[in-house]
Design a protein around this ligand. Structure first.
Ligand SMILES: Nc1ncnc2c1ncn2[C@@H]1O[C@H](COP(=O)(O)OP(=O)(O)OP(=O)(O)O)[C@@H](O)[C@H]1O
Ligand SMILES: [Mg+2]
Length: 424
């Protein structure tokens, strides 16, 4: 069965409209949804109705019509735009096509020409439906205990990638990621939620804050009031849209299992579970793993990363892993001075000090979870003059290097059993 083609018509007068309507009604597959010569009103109708096609007559004010086509093309990329005119010059036809019109129709309409144009539009629509939507990878950097460094790790992970990445601040009541990136965000996720029904590439671009070549920030609302109105379903919808627009979506959720955080974790392809090696954080990580099990998350979705790793920590890593029932895949060294400097300067460390131990380990973690990572030279160039203000980071030992030597002994050099695991 032939798919119906819904059409909206912007004419340049009554006669003109009557002619187009007559030709369209002769085609049984066409559903004429709206028409007239009020450009502003019809623009809104087209955005609202998202018809298969819109016919735009190029009247005496051709510039106006060409701009109309240009705007519509940005807002409704799935609507096939058809420019139409009586005695149009090749130059005008070309301008309308360059503005985004897909086809051109001569007026008065010739039935055969209309049929050919409608056939091509049907093909275009079928291809649109068939074309798989892009689906960016979503990684949540999570910790059920505050202060473990999730925002720091999330920011650096997002800044290390080699393709379009958006970092999303889901700490809706008190997000601070603009500070981590040295940005002032004009819009936030609350604006995206409000406009979610008509989110397309252009609108998304206007609501995120650009940071560097491949990195954008979607900030948390500045006023707590607007955060109150955001519901889990809204966050779900916004994140789905972001997937269509970015290669990587890195989330910095809250440290609780509230419904918005759960909506984000459910959707994520991977969860980086960050902990520091102290008893409260280890216990909290173990509880988080239990909750993930209850939620039915496969264990391979969750990767445990130790932040603020130091070989001075008097805990046996092997025991910690045994207690958690999962290996730790990353060990971000503890270097408070370097970490805090990069936060205070608002430049992610992977850009400011790409060869520091912390940056190298974050890059390695990104590769472990198969995120594309930009070459060090390229990332380093993004840092500008700020990098020179940083001190060289202190040397720390990455336990993965030690693990190659043998996991049996305590990495800290401390007695292996100097720690007893808390009971859950
Ligand atoms: N690898 C590290 N070495 C030393 N200090 C670090 C490291 N990572 C983070 N920090 C420090 O820990 C502090 C907390 O970091 P961050 O804000 O990223 O944590 P968080 O888990 O997001 O906390 P919040 O509960 O505020 O969301 C910061 O002062 C940061 O400088
Ligand atoms: Mg945080």
């Amino acid at each position: 069965m032939t798919e119906p083609i819904s059409v909206v018509v912007l004419s340049t007068g009554l006669e003109n409209f009557k002619d187009i309507r007559k030709a369209l009604t002769a085609e049984s597959r066409v559903q004429l949804l709206a028409g007239g010569n009020d450009a502003d009103q019809l623009y809104e109708e087209i955005v609202r109705l998202k018809p298969t096609a819109a016919i735009i007559a190029l009247g005496p004010n051709a510039d106006h019509a060409v701009r109309f086509i240009e705007r519509l093309n940005g807002e409704c990329p799935n609507t096939a735009l058809i420019s139409a005119a009586q005695d149009a010059s090749p130059d005008l036809i070309l301008r309308s096509l360059r503005a985004g019109a897909r086809e051109f129709l001569r007026l008065p309409i010739i039935a055969d020409e209309l049929r050919t144009v409608l056939d091509r539009i049907s093909d275009f629509t079928v291809k649109q439906v068939e074309a798989p939507k892009k689906k960016g990878r979503m990684v949540a950097v999570f910790s059920s205990k505050g202060g473990c460094g999730t925002s720091f790790v999330a920011t650096n992970l997002a800044a290390a990638t080699n393709s379009r990445t958006v970092l999303v601040d889901l700490n809706l009541q008190a997000g601070d990621l603009p500070l981590f990136l040295g940005l002032e965000a004009k819009y936030s996720i609350a604006d995206m939620v409000e406009k979610r029904q008509r989110l397309d590439g252009e609108l998304i671009n206007s609501l995120v804050t650009p940071h560097s070549q491949n990195l954008w920030l979607l900030a948390a609302p500045r006023e707590a009031d607007s955060a109150d109105e955001i519901e889990p379903q809204h966050v779900f919808e916004v994140l789905q849209k972001l997937r269509e627009h970015y290669d990587y979506i890195v989330l910095d959720p809250q440290h609780t299992f509230d419904s918005i955080t759960l909506a984000a974790l459910d959707q994520s392809d991977e969860i980086i579970l960050v902990l520091t090696l102290d008893i409260p954080a280890i216990r909290s990580t173990q509880r988080a793993l239990e909750i993930f099990d209850r939620l039915g998350y496969p264990r391979k979705k969750v990767r445990i990363v130790v932040n603020r790793w130091s070989k001075q920590i008097d805990l046996d890593l092997r025991q910690v892993e045994k207690f958690l029932g999962e290996p730790c895949v990353g060990f971000v060294p503890s270097d408070y001075q370097t970490a805090v400097n990069s936060i205070n300067l608002g430049t992610p460390l992977v850009q400011a000090e790409p060869t520091s131990k912390i940056a190298l380990e974050i890059r390695r973690i990104a590769e472990t979870i198969s995120l594309g990572v930009a070459p060090i030279q390229e990332v380093g160039q993004r840092r500008g003059f700020l990098g020179s203000l940083f001190k060289k980071s202190q040397s720390q030992t990455n336990p993965l290097e030690q693990n190659r030597l043998g996991r049996g002994q305590s990495e800290s050099g401390a007695p292996a059993l100097g720690f007893s695991m808390p009971k859950s």
